[in-house]
Design a protein. Structure first.
Length: 556
């Protein structure tokens, strides 16, 4: 900046600044590039991506959020699209690709409006009006599930979610597992039905095939017994869950014990042994024959536990301990002094199983468990990882429908209904906002268009047929990728939770409007290795303090 003839420095040297149309165009193009990167993965005919990270680890997937998490995105607007995918995944567990592709198309349509000199604020207002109307359309067309345990409907929803994944060939089998797992953990919280999939533990072990994946009505602990002499199988175990270490505590202050007599050493060791034996006796008196401890267990304690025919594992993860409590009914005890037989849990059986070189402990046959486990098997690490992602998505959508009690028709049918309704709605809105609402209607059609493109169909013909069908009140008409024709998606059992659609609309509109409203990008100069070395040297030199960090980026 210049004041008269004197330069006024506002930003530090090296800072880059883009303003106005340049900044907006750059942001829009970066966001569209991210959306286009995942667009080819959408739908049952979508393709996979192979991602290789800086360490050389390979991920093969067509899961939108996984792709965007793994890709090292640099542009700030592109990072917003990654955050959008993460939000969609956290809220619904599915529909991440849909949300990102929709956001990208909203920005593509906004670009044309900006070229026509429509102000970004007007576009943002129109998009928000359209989003409100779109959610009303979804709600109007939503179908209520007749009963929260309508397993046929839930299985169809799980299969729809898995149809686009690499495990589609096993979706019948995995769909049953997903429904059974979610129905095992459903709880009533006041008037609300809750199905928290955090209560479903997923363990992966290489070997076998996807068909060997199994649901365990209990919990798997990814550890083996702490002593080789412990039993490998216990029927109807009595389980104690401890948050107390079964070992001698060290003093919290520095202490020194002077022993001058050899007998004193013997007495000292005998006292330690007696204390550890006392721990085991307390457990035995309470009736426990299985001990799962979050903290450490001394080798001597393991010896006495084995001697009494008891099974024990040390350093069990806190999350596993909490799931064990929900599955077996045991209380997590913080002090052995408080342990009673009422605080013990029960199960059908405890068994140690070998998988290659690894041993796992299975606690199975729990009555009415509120936490369950799924053991995923597969031929390779990549197959197992993709099966886990497919199961996560299907578990999420089933729990969404159980909690909300509503679902909508997929295959692009809901998107076309929204587009039709928005075109009618736009004509009732005055001002330039109706141009933005029309643009939103056109953007929503990207979903059936992308499905058709990925299925090798002509997207223009498919869109014409879909518009014609929906104009004739065929609200369930969508893209059948097997026949290449427009078909009733409800008859084909292509259904998804309403929550996926509403969240995708909210997330996409929020991201698109935020990017549209940016008209100034001020980027600080990156820190060079030389700057970092000078800063470290100055910090280590004492007197210089932070003075050596003059090369750090910043702005006034």
């Amino acid at each position: 900046m210049m004041g008269g003839q004197t330069p006024i420095l506002v930003l530090k040297e090296g800072t880059k600044r883009d303003t106005g149309r340049t900044a907006r165009d750059n942001n829009i193009q970066a966001a569209i590039a991210v959306a286009d990167a995942v667009r080819s993965t959408m739908g049952p005919k979508g393709m996979d991506k192979m991602l290789v990270d800086s360490m050389g680890d390979v991920t093969i997937t067509n899961d939108g959020v996984t792709i965007l998490k793994e890709v090292d995105v640099e542009h700030p607007a592109a990072k917003m699209m990654v955050e959008l995918a993460k939000t969609q995944d956290n809220e619904c567990g599915d529909g991440t690709t849909t949300a990102v592709v929709l956001a990208g198309e909203l920005l593509r349509q906004a670009q044309d409006l900006l070229d026509a000199n429509v102000h970004p604020t007007i576009i943002s207002n129109g998009y928000r009006m359209a989003a409100t109307e779109a959610k009303k359309v979804l709600k109007k067309n939503a179908i209520d599930i007749t009963a929260t345990d309508d397993r046929k409907v839930l299985k169809r929803i799980a299969k729809t979610s898995m149809s686009s994944k690499g495990t589609a060939s096993s979706m019948e089998y995995l769909g049953d597992l997903a429904v059974e797992a979610v129905m095992s953990i459903v709880e009533k919280v006041g008037d609300r039905t809750q199905a928290d999939i955090d209560n479903i533990q997923i363990i992966k072990k290489q070997g076998g095939s996807i068909r060997d994946t199994e649901l365990i009505k209990g919990i798997i602990v990814d550890k083996e017994a702490g002593n080789a002499g412990m039993p490998k199988y216990i029927e109807h175990p009595r389980i104690a869950l401890l948050n107390q270490a079964l070992e001698i505590k060290k003093t919290e202050v520095d202490a020194k014990i002077e022993i001058t007599d050899p007998l004193g050493i013997r007495g000292f060791l005998d006292d330690e042994e007696a204390t550890l034996k006392g721990f085991v006796d307390t457990l035995k008196q309470a009736g426990a024959n299985v001990v799962l401890c979050q903290k450490g267990i001394d080798d001597m304690a393991f010896h006495y536990l084995a001697k009494n025919g008891m099974f024990a594992i040390a350093r069990v993860k806190k999350s596993d301990l909490e799931k064990l409590s929900k599955a077996t009914g045991a209380e997590i005890v913080n002090s052995l002094k408080d342990l009673t037989s009422k605080q013990l849990g029960t199960a059908g059986a405890l068994e140690e199983r070998k998988f290659g070189k690894d041993a796992l402990t299975f606690i199975t046959g729990c009555r009415n468990p509120r936490a369950v486990s799924i053991l995923i098997r597969g031929g390779t690490e990549h197959v197992i990882a993709e099966a886990e992602r497919a199961l996560h998505d299907s578990l999420s959508v089933v729990s969404d429908v159980v909690e909300d009690g509503t679902y909508v028709v997929g295959g692009g049918a809901s998107a076309m209904e929204i587009a039709l309704a928005l075109r009618n709605f736009a004509s009732t809105v005055g001002g330039r906002e109706q141009m933005a609402i029309d643009a939103f209607a056109k953007a929503v059609e990207v979903i059936p268009k992308a499905l058709a493109e990925n299925g090798g169909l002509d997207p223009i013909n498919i869109l014409i047929d879909l518009r014609s069908a929906h104009a004739r009140k065929q609200r369930n008409a969508g893209v059948d990728l097997k026949t290449g024709k427009v078909t009733d998606m409800l008859k084909l059992e292509v259904i998804e939770p309403m929550r996926v659609g509403t969240q995708a609309i909210d997330s996409a509109v929020d991201a698109a409007t935020m990017i549209l409203r940016i008209d100034d990008v001020i980027a600080a100069k990156g820190i060079s290795k030389e700057d970092m070395a000078r800063a470290a040297q100055a910090a280590g030199g004492g007197g210089g303090g932070m003075g050596g960090m003059g090369g750090m980026p910043g702005m006034m």
